[in-house]
Design a protein around this ligand. Structure first.
Ligand SMILES: [Zn+2]
Ligand SMILES: [Zn+2]
Length: 154
């Protein structure tokens, strides 16, 4: 019994909302996008000039364990963070990696639809939409029209 109790005596100490964590959370809310750790680090440095990227990263992990933020597991190269902890879907630009919320309600019923169809007990699901953001779409159209003009000339 005692072993279980004392397994992690520093747990409360490590898991509390420190000033650093409060600043990180505030900056994440201000960014209102889905920034990666480096982007959050750049924003946080204005209030905490001596903080390191490693510290920001560790604090983001703790905040996510505390359920204060959401760590996004999605395609793309870098881990991103979301101040909105409600379940929601995202849409990602395949060209520049911009991530927006997808304006679509969370579909719990797709999990029910799988009930009995597999041996698994479904506990959660992830859905990520991919596309081109308006800026990248514009560039693609520009490139396309240039290509066509060049084609006609040739
Ligand atoms: Zn884009
Ligand atoms: Zn989001």
């Amino acid at each position: 019994m005692q072993v279980t109790k004392n397994r992690n005596p520093n747990m409360n100490q490590n898991m509390r909302m420190t000033r650093q964590r409060r600043v990180i959370l505030e900056e994440l809310k201000k960014l209102d996008s889905h920034p990666n750790a480096e982007e959050i680090y750049e924003a946080v440095r204005e209030s905490l000039p001596r903080i390191s990227l490693g510290t920001v990263y560790r604090n983001l992990e703790v905040l996510s364990e505390l359920g204060k933020i959401q760590k996004l597991e999605m395609g793309g190269t870098q881990k991103r963070f979301d101040w909105d902890t409600r379940k929601h879907y995202h849409i990602r630009c395949i060209n520049c990696d911009r991530v927006d919320n997808a304006p679509l309600g969370f579909m719990k019923n797709v999990e029910q639809a799988l009930y009995g169809a597999t041996d698994f007990t479904i506990t959660d699901h992830r859905l990520e939409f991919l596309g081109l953001c308006p800026l990248c779409m514009e560039k693609a159209i520009e490139r396309d029209s240039l290509g066509k003009t060049a084609g006609k000339v040739a």
